[in-house]
Structure formats: C-alpha cells, structure tokens
Design a protein. Structure first.
Length: 146
C-alpha cells in the first residue's frame, strides 16, 4: 500500500469519477485505474462499484476511507515536522547553566522564544562541575559556566 494510492483512492471517492479524479491529480485515467486496482488487490476487496463512467465506493471503500485520509494527514504532518526541524522551527534545546549566570540566560531566552516560539527550552541549573558532567553525558546541548 502506497501513499499515492491512498491519495488516488481519496480523490476518486470525492469525485465519484475516475476521469475527473485523474484530471485533478494530473495523471492518466489508466494510471489511476491501475493504482486503484493494485490497492484493491492488496486489500483483497473491491473499493468501488463501477457503473459506466460513474463509480460508487462500496461498503468496504467507505469503511476504508477514514483510514486512508488519516494516513495521508499523518504523512503530511510528518513532512511538516521535518521541514520545521530543518528550519529550526521545532524541537528541544537543553541548556545547562550555573546559578551565577542564570540572569544572563533569562534575558536571552526571552528574545530567543520570540524568534523561535516552537522550540522547547529546558534549563538545567547546577554547579560548573555538574554542568560539565551533563554535557559530557549528552544530557544538555550547551552549558553557560565560568
């Protein structure tokens, strides 16, 4: 089962016509029909009743449609997360800081959060020795210390 097959299936359900769906998807009608047939073969069930040029989702097709839509949505969400990570728009930043430098970090974090609101910042306070140990064990991404 491939994501494009699910997208083709969803569009065919929406338009109830393979020719119209293929036009909207910018593919040939034969490609659409072939991909739907492969999906039906994999699921071992007919997803559409074919009546002339019109198609009607079967009971199995209607039952499968929400799962297909959910899979498409989840794939799009996953793609967006990757785009966000590449653009540093989401994620977590773990910072270790000594107590004496906490005031400096507080000022910087406010500005940082304005520019990168999707980044979750976790601050670990401790002594220089504790912070170095956290850094060595990769429990923090960076440390502010004397």
């Amino acid at each position: 089962m491939e994501l494009r097959q699910l997208k083709y299936f969803e569009k065919a359900c929406e338009l109830k016509n393979f020719s119209e769906a293929s036009r909207m998807l910018h593919i040939s009608q034969s490609t659409l029909s072939q991909q739907i047939k492969q999906l039906e073969d994999e699921l071992n069930v007919l997803l559409f009743d074919r009546i002339g040029k019109r198609i009607i989702p079967t009971e199995a097709g209607m039952a499968f449609l929400p799962f297909a839509r959910n899979s498409i949505l989840e794939a799009e969400n996953g793609k967006q997360i990757i785009k966000d990570l590449k653009g540093i728009m989401t994620g977590t930043l773990n910072i270790g800081v000594t107590y004496s430098l906490s005031h400096l970090l507080r000022c910087s974090i406010t500005d940082f959060k304005k520019v990168y609101p999707g980044i979750n910042v976790i601050i670990n306070f401790g002594t220089s020795k504790e912070q170095i140990r956290l850094l060595e064990n990769k429990h923090v991404d960076c440390v502010l210390s004397f």
